[in-house]
Design a protein around this ligand. Structure first.
Ligand SMILES: NC(=O)c1ccc[n+]([C@@H]2O[C@H](COP(=O)([O-])OP(=O)(O)OC[C@H]3O[C@@H](n4cnc5c(N)ncnc54)[C@H](O)[C@@H]3O)[C@@H](O)[C@H]2O)c1
Length: 394
């Protein structure tokens, strides 16, 4: 089996979590690491005995690796991906693949010129058995045409100590967004993976409502799917609501998807699927019962399942390099859809208008650049949340 020499760029918390399982993946040889913060680099080179570089670009040009895993803050993901591809390296990037859809598309263009290279993204939740089951249910048409999706995902609670961990976090300049860009990419990816991208979004958001940060920490978005694209499973007019925040505890994680032949609910790791005996719309127009409801069966209650986590995506990446016919769990190209949805929600909330998808990427980029240019925010000075909850909510 072909050995793949892997270099990791960015040696922070996530990278070090990945490194713990590297020796369990056949064919993966952890060969090098890079970080421009020497304390983090030293931790890794000492523990794993790998070659160290103080700059990701030096690692890319070193000739010591066949593939790179990018675990830096998000803004660096596209440039490192592109440099890696241009140097003939396979690329596995942490989520999000970039900060803006425009940047993600730039990487795609370069990848199109190097089709022999594997370009994958770390959206590991796709591999979980419950999510695989949900996707099969929808794509087999078990719920009929999809009418509505509601996802309350407010269990992303984060403290100020979390945001103060690193300068880049929760700033326009260092991160490019808040809960939509850091915590929610997995949720947004799953939405797009299950249902396809919405056609339009109108979002309402609050910037630094619960934390001393300048980016969004609370979002409520209304989405519509117009069903125009071929192969989509929703009819014209399916709607969705997505609610998220990092300021609530205890949080909720409840997904409800309703179709013309039933519904599924995923909450607390428990999946319940109910199927109706006939089309609800047909029953609605044909029955003589004023308060009747179509018969139904609860067909599945599935719980838990082993969480294959990050390891399975990395193993899939290595296997795709070794055996190019291997389908990727999540390609880098797939990472564009969730990013565009997150960008569209953020942009809509900032300009107080609905935003169509695909969005006007240049207009969003300009808006983000302005936010960065105008920012006078000093992070880390106040450790206490600025909101006095007693005064605010009584
Ligand atoms: N897939 C997941 O479930 C998951 C979970 C957590 C984080 N992440 C992603 O992983 C990435 C890193 O997050 P983290 O929590 O490890 O952050 P972190 O701040 O702990 O680590 C980032 C590291 O990158 C280094 N760095 C910064 N700029 C660099 C550059 N230009 N070249 C080389 N090194 C550089 C920093 O010194 C630091 O050591 C983020 O994009 C985040 O969204 C993914």
């Amino acid at each position: 089996m072909k050995q793949v020499r892997l270099g990791v760029i960015g040696c922070g918390g996530m990278a070090r979590a990945h490194m713990r399982y590297f020796n369990t993946i056949p064919g993966l040889v952890f060969a090098a690491a890079a970080d421009n913060f020497s304390a983090n680099l030293d931790l890794v080179t000492e523990e794993h005995g790998v070659e160290g570089f103080t700059d990701g670009m030096k690692l890319i040009k070193s000739g010591s690796v066949d593939a790179i895993m990018i675990c830096t803050p998000h803004y660096f993901h596209p440039d490192l991906s592109i440099a890696g591809m241009k140097a003939g390296l396979h690329v596995l990037t942490e989520k999000p693949v970039a900060v803006t859809a425009h940047e993600a598309a730039r990487v795609e263009k370069v990848h199109a010129k190097h089709p022999g290279l594997v370009y994958a993204a770390m959206f590991q939740i796709r591999a979980h058995p419950l999510w695989q089951r949900i996707r099969r249910t929808l794509h087999n048409g078990e719920l009929g045409c999809i009418q509505r999706v509601n996802w309350i995902v407010t269990n992303w609670f984060r403290t100020m100590a979390y945001y103060n961990q690193a300068e880049w976090r929760a700033t326009w300049k260092g991160e490019g967004g808040g809960v939509l860009l850091n915590q929610c990419p997995h949720n947004l990816d799953l939405l797009c993976w299950l249902l396809g991208s919405p056609s339009e979004v109108r979002a309402f958001l609050s910037l630094g409502k619960y934390h001393h940060i300048e980016v969004e920490d609370e979002v409520t978005a209304y989405m519509t799917w117009n069903g125009q694209k071929k192969g989509l499973i929703h009819p014209k007019g399916a709607t969705g609501v997505f609610v998220t925040t990092t300021g609530e505890s205890p949080g909720t994680d409840r997904l409800e998807i309703v179709g013309d032949r039933g519904k599924l609910v995923l909450e607390d790791g428990k999946l319940a699927i109910t199927q109706t005996h006939e089309s609800v719309m047909q029953y609605c127009v044909e029955t003589d019962e004023a308060f009747g409801q179509p018969g139904r069966d609860e067909i599945t209650i599935a719980t838990g399942g082993d969480d294959p986590g990050h390891r399975v995506v990395t193993a899939n990446f290595i296997e795709a390099i070794q055996k190019p016919v291997t389908p990727l769990i999540c390609s880098g190209q797939d990472g564009l859809a969730e990013l565009e949805l997150g960008n569209a929600m953020l942009y809509s909330g900032l300009i107080h208008e609905p935003v169509k998808i695909p969005m006007r990427r240049a207009a969003f980029d300009k808006h983000l650049k302005n936010l960065i240019a105008k920012s006078k925010f000093k992070k880390g000075k106040i450790r206490k949340a600025k909101v006095d909850m007693d005064k605010s909510f009584h």
